[in-house]
Design a binder for this molecule. Structure first.
Ligand SMILES: Cc1cc2nc3c(=O)[nH]c(=O)nc-3n(C[C@H](O)[C@H](O)[C@H](O)COP(=O)(O)OP(=O)(O)OC[C@H]3O[C@@H](n4cnc5c(N)ncnc54)[C@H](O)[C@@H]3O)c2cc1C
Ligand code: SF4
Length: 338
């Protein structure tokens, strides 16, 4: 591990000042991803700016009836917060499907958004990886790519975004609040993470001098008909092969509004407005859900080892939509197990 200096930020303005002054610096919050990357020599920041003590740990009501979640709220506090359990159970169950209780106690909301891919080659400094060393090549395209993406890939990178929480936030249409030298701005969740294109080293639209201060949830939480379905190699402590976040509003036997996002299949949580429009106004039947899955995966492409993900995603979408429509979310099963 390289030598690095360490400072604490006193407030948000100080954090922005410090990060803007040093291009080799990185923020550290819970440290559950960054420290691993430093130990593997994948991240080599010369200066760590500790933001863990900033007063960004509140969950508050917004003026429009939504919730503002501070960037330093631990994942476990967020999942078990009464407002999240009652109004946004989709978010709570997605968080509880990730990592372990110990990790969730340390992991922050902001850090979860910026955690990096779990592509094995990204972690293995002996192999080429465009995300780690731009221009060096992608070892996964012709390599072991069982965990990799089937949608939105490029010839430069086929990595997936590993977060569970972010899949639910995409479905809920959250916004991410950031502050930098240019002031504060709010980013729609759909615009927060990037597809790899020809710059896979850039994961998100957060600028180098910006700090995430909060996430805002709109009032609608789809608490009646939702599910977070995570398919993985073992039932706990594993990243998603495919995950599905669903929120439905059902009225008079018809779908009035639909949200559907996939995890484990792309470089960002994958949402398709055309599929949601197709679901809207349709009856919540098996035929409707099969059709939605077909449309969602129309452009899916496997790379050999991960070909199975296309069929897995198709079945997971149908099962996720069915569970949500019946009001029998997977999360109830998950909570019993944990
Ligand atoms: C063994 C293991 C299993 C895991 N399994 C899962 C899983 O199944 N599902 C899942 O979703 N996650 C999983 N995780 C990931 C875990 O959820 C993340 O590591 C965690 O959320 C990161 O939060 P952190 O506060 O520790 O971030 P840190 O490690 O402190 O930071 C991560 C990155 O975010 C940046 N950062 C942090 N906060 C801010 C901020 N406020 N503004 C700007 N930049 C910031 C840091 O500079 C760094 O680049 C797992 C992790 C481990 C180690
Ligand atoms: S998929 Fe992306 S992260 Fe993995 S080796 Fe290729 S470039 Fe690197």
């Amino acid at each position: 591990m390289i030598n690095f200096s360490y400072t604490r930020a006193h407030d948000v303005a100080d954090a922005v000042r410090q990060i803007a002054a040093d291009p080799a610096a990185k923020f550290i919050a819970g440290g559950t991803n960054l420290i691993d990357l430093m130990k593997e020599n994948v991240a080599r920041p010369l200066h760590l700016i500790d933001i863990a003590h900033l007063p960004l740990d509140k969950i508050e009501e917004t003026s429009d009836g939504g919730l503002r979640i501070g960037a330093l709220v631990p994942n476990s506090d967020l999942a078990y917060h009464p407002e999240i359990e009652a109004r946004y159970p989709l978010l709570g169950s997605a968080i509880l499907a990730g990592a372990s209780q110990q990790l969730r106690n340390m992991a922050s909301t902001g850090g979860n958004l910026l955690q990096r891919t779990r592509c094995f080659y990204f972690y293995d400094t002996a192999t080429p990886c465009n995300k780690r060393v731009p221009g060096s090549g992608c070892s996964a395209i012709d390599g072991i790519n069982r965990m990799h993406a089937i949608l939105g890939t490029s010839e430069h990178c086929i990595a997936t975004h590993p977060s569970d929480m972010c899949v639910a936030l995409a479905a809920l249409e959250a916004r991410v609040l950031v502050t930098g030298t240019g002031g504060a701005r709010s980013i729609a969740f759909a615009d927060f993470h990037r597809l790899p294109g020809d710059t896979p080293e850039i994961d998100s639209t957060v600028r180098p001098d910006e700090i995430i201060t909060a996430i805002e949830l709109p009032p609608k939480g789809f608490a009646g008909n939702y599910t977070y379905l995570k398919i993985r190699d073992r039932l706990s402590y594993a990243f998603a092969l495919v995950s599905v976040a669903v929120g439905l509003e059902i009225d008079g036997g018809m779908i009035k509004e639909a949200r559907l996002a996939l995890g484990g299949v792309a470089h960002k949580p994958w949402r398709d407005r055309d599929v949601e429009a197709q679901l809207t106004g349709a009856p919540p039947t098996s035929e409707t859900f099969q059709r939605a899955a077909e449309t969602m995966l129309h452009d899916a492409r496997g790379f050999g080892h991960n070909d199975f993900k296309i069929e897995l995603a198709r079945r997971s979408i149908v099962r996720g939509l069915t569970q949500a429509a019946r009001g029998t979310p997977q999360s109830q099963i998950d909570k019993r197990i944990k």
